[in-house]
Design a protein around this ligand. Sequence first.
Ligand SMILES: *Cc1c(COP(=O)(O)O)cnc(C)c1O
Length: 235
Amino acid sequence: MSDNGAYLGRNVKDVLEKVEKAANKSGRKLEDICVIAVTKTIDTDRISKVMDEGMIHLGENRVQEFCEKYDIISKNCNWHLIGHLQTNKVKYIIDKISMIHSVDRMELAQEIDKKALKAGKVMDVLVQVNVAGEESKFGISPDTTLDFVKRLSSFQNLRVRGLMTVAPFVDDPEEIRGVFRELNKIFIDIKKENIDNIYMDYLSMGMSNDFEVAIEEGSNMVRIGTAIFGKREYK
Ligand SMILES: *Cc1c(COP(=O)(O)O)cnc(C)c1O
């Protein structure tokens, strides 16, 4: 059932309608929100089908899985690396990925800058913030985010485009509205600083369970897996 094109088409349409509604609520349009289809565990046939439905932003969180899919799917799409990234794996993805969402330490930023220079590109990145301070999650703490971003401004081949967070998983997304609001506040505050070489234009927050609330609170980039592809089956 879930690999059926009509099923995926309906899901994409449904997600986009909800994105549009939430965007309108916060005075924006559907086009103002970048919707990333999160493809972990999903085979390339199904990924191609959602590309046919207009999804051109794709997100993976594991390097190896991404590289296997990239061999098959690399045209007419932008790949986002959304999961935790080991420093020694940067070299495998640097020339293939459009944006890295998970910069959370200096050592990683340095390696991205170095490998991007070698690849002759400027890598767009987001700084991952652990807003709720969950021990199980990666990310910079909210109170050191500005400082961390400032330290990234001197890199020539890495360009900070904004912030990202993975909110705690809860049944009712209203419970975490405050998490999104807090990150949006940090985002706006950093933007106001007008730091050289820092572009605060993307706020990546919101997943299947909470993207509407996240958009209402200022997100302009959502990462959606389950609501598009159905429940993931881990092997
Ligand atoms: C898996 C994943 C998502 C998508 O999760 P869904 O709940 O399936 O929408 C988004 N962001 C990250 C970082 C993920 O790992």
